[in-house]
Design a protein around this ligand. Sequence first.
Ligand code: NAD
Ligand code: DAU
Length: 351
Amino acid sequence: MRILVTGGAGFIGANFVAHLLAQGAERVVVLDALTYAGNLQNLSGVQADPRYRFVKGSILHRALVEDLLESEWLDTVANLAAESHVDRSIKGPDAFIETNITGTLRMLEAARSVVDKRPATERERFRYLQVSTDEVFGTLKSDDPKFSEETPYAPNSPYAASKAGADHLVRAWHETYGLNTLISNCSNNYGPFQFPEKLIPLVIHNALAGKPLPIYGDGKQVRDWLYVGDHCSALRTILEHGAPGETYAVGGNSERTNLDVVGTICELLDKHRPRNAGSYRDQIAFVTDRPGHDRRYAIDAGKIQRDLDWSPAQNFAGGIEATVLWYLDHGDWVDNVTSGAYRDWVAEQYA
Ligand code: NAD
Ligand code: DAU
């Protein structure tokens, strides 16, 4: 595999790059604009690998993408570059439309124009994977069946709508132009290198800093948590064995309420880094709910399990403990990414 990974300096991207190299990829080129969410430190573990190259740039820059695909003779694209935080999309949707929709358009057009010039066997071998989210399906009631590939799209946040728009473009580029596309719709990830604006790293960070642990609304919203390493193995499996034009729902079969997740983190911190007195649970604070907050996500991952023989290796108990330990061991990383603009975001969001 000679692959272009966009957004490779972000949370899932950096884990995916390390995974691909460990699994024997021939060439891994990362294209990342290094927004607030992208950090070269996330890639320091692969920096010395001669198969790896980093390019700073935007997926909006079609000529740059074409040049990379051609000059590196890449046969695979995984588009992870995105604005990814729902709360930011509510405060300022423009960047989400620009990066997630227009950026995907540019990626598809770059891939199409390069691949169309290749011999038929190379065209057939080419794969474009759009890394999407379960949020495109909207929200579930507590007794609804889980999301699957058959669930109609009903996005509720600007972020989800932008990811849904991108998915529709990807589908159209397959149907209209015959580009060998794949789409994955994955549930909530957690693990090393996740930016501390998202629930799990935010709670770990705030707990250690002695700050409130903000729970939106009643905290009974449900997410289906998947350890990031399992998402990476799913993405590679889809690229290697997925059928062009298909979509795959990916999940951890680990539904938890936000209150459960936060309580578990508190217990783990009480065990591994106890406070002087009392429990981290004492820091839990209920705050104003997120507008349009989806109540429940859950994924039926039966198709990828049956057709591609993928299932998650990590359960939630093991994954969350490994994650808490990783954040305890990587205080420098947290200090770096939470300086500057991060403080402005937290001050505005949790005012
Ligand atoms: P992230 O915010 O941690 O990382 C996004 C990366 O994209 C950053 O490195 C950023 O610099 C880069 N980027 C942003 N705009 C860019 C542009 N115009 N050009 C090039 N690079 C740009 O996000 P993440 O959580 O790692 O998510 C990665 C992808 O997976 C996203 O597409 C997201 O929608 C999808 N996804 C995330 C989850 C999750 O739980 N985090 C679940 C399912 C799907
Ligand atoms: O489902 C996949 C999606 O998961 C991805 O597509 C998104 O990129 C990713 O950000 C994530 O979206 P969520 O909105 O579910 O993740 P977040 O970590 O922001 O929130 C998880 C839940 O916790 C959600 O119900 C909102 C709640 N929450 C979040 C924050 C930041 C709180 O209660 N308090 C908080 O401070």
